[in-house]
Design a protein around this ligand. Structure first.
Ligand SMILES: Nc1ncnc2c1ncn2[C@@H]1O[C@H](COP(=O)(O)OP(=O)(O)O)[C@@H](O)[C@H]1O
Ligand SMILES: [Mg+2]
Length: 272
């Protein structure tokens, strides 16, 4: 079937304003409270992603990638600074507003799928629709089946997640993330636990979704995948050190030289 039928992000239906970035972080700091005091993880992050782009975030383990994604999805809040997504100020929303907003605006794909083990594949997707209420009840089942068709799993709709392989479960997680047709799709190391062939299939799915107008951000350890996205943001020790566009053109050398340990250490930390 035509992927466009159920993935119809267009500027009108989401009031996407191309004059502003789809996602913008301004001076974002995030510290965690620990027994030994505040532990700074994100240090003055300024970042912009445009609508309809396929973006990647790379950086070593512990550099702050998941924390950064949690700022963008509103799963967690910055200690200071601003997070704007499609014109909405996430940093100003209440918990209730945030949950409602996230349900219809953000599709989230977790590294370990996080499907509910006691629900069928189909029910996992329907549950996401029930939470948000965005899709009319009469349309939900058909939409869920079409999403499973899109990821090639329509024959598995009534199985439990445990009956599926890791790659299949990840594709279900992507279908679930699309349940409410969000304009933005965020995935934390979505290919991290997959073999290279399955990883390639999942990556192609994201590429196609970007072509349909979704704004996509994936965290990845795989430089060869990152190089194939429109834009790659490199983070090192909570500092954004490099943004490069496709064709390997660095467009901004460093956002935050001052907050880092200096150019030499930046060079050693940046992967490309
Ligand atoms: N809830 C938390 N409380 C305290 N420290 C945390 C918490 N979450 C993450 N960290 C620490 O913050 C740093 C960045 O973590 P994370 O964003 O998960 O990095 P990455 O995803 O790049 O591996 C790590 O040192 C991690 O131990
Ligand atoms: Mg992480």
């Amino acid at each position: 079937m035509n992927i466009n039928t159920f993935i119809k992000t267009d500027e009108k239906s989401y009031q996407i304003n191309k004059d502003q970035p789809m996602i913008e972080l301004r001076g974002v700091n995030k510290s965690y409270r620990t027994s030994s005091g505040d532990y700074p993880v994100l240090k003055g992050v300024d970042l912009q992603f445009q609508a309809g782009e396929f973006n990647s975030i790379v950086g070593k383990s512990g550099s702050g990638k998941t924390t950064l994604l949690n700022m963008i999805t509103g799963i967690d809040r910055p200690t200071s600074g601003e997070v704007w997504v499609n014109g909405s100020p996430l940093h100003k929303m209440s918990e209730g507003q945030m949950a409602q907003w996230r349900g219809s605006n953000m599709g989230i794909v977790f590294q370990f799928f996080q499907l509910i083990p006691t629900l069928s594949i189909l029910e996992n997707i329907l549950l996401a629709m029930d939470f948000s209420g965005k899709i009319p009840p009469a349309d939900r089942k058909e939409r869920a089946l079409h999403l499973l068709d899109m990821v090639g799993l329509e024959d598995h709709a009534f199985k439990l997640p445990s009956a599926l392989s890791g790659g299949q479960q990840q594709r279900v997680a992507i279908a679930r993330a699309l349940a409410n047709d969000p304009p933005v799709l965020i995935a934390d190391e979505p290919t991290g636990n997959l073999d290279s062939k399955t990883a390639e299939e999942v990556f192609s799915l994201f590429t196609n979704l970007a072509k349909q107008g979704k704004t996509i951000i994936i965290v990845t350890h795989d430089d060869s995948l990152a190089e194939r996205t429109h834009r790659t943001a490199s983070i090192a020790d909570g500092v954004m050190v490099n943004i490069s566009e496709a064709n390997h053109k660095p467009i901004r050398e460093s956002y935050n030289h001052k907050a880092s340990n200096g150019p030499a250490s930046i060079k050693s930390m940046v992967t490309n």
